[in-house]
Design a protein. Structure first.
Length: 50
């Protein structure tokens, strides 16, 4: 199993809206906790199905 994190897309102004999507970042190496792309991690678009 790989380490991953989810970044939500949030619009903030007079009202705040959380989109039903985000960005999942993951480690390339299953033993690594590094999920950022500059150090070998990858990323994928993520859609939330209701």
């Amino acid at each position: 199993m790989r380490k991953a994190d989810l970044r939500a897309f949030v619009l903030s102004g007079e009202t705040t809206k959380v989109w039903a999507s985000g960005l999942t970042r993951f480690s390339r190496n299953p033993d690594s906790f590094v999920v950022n792309s500059s150090q070998g991690g990858g990323f994928k678009d993520t859609w939330i199905l209701k």
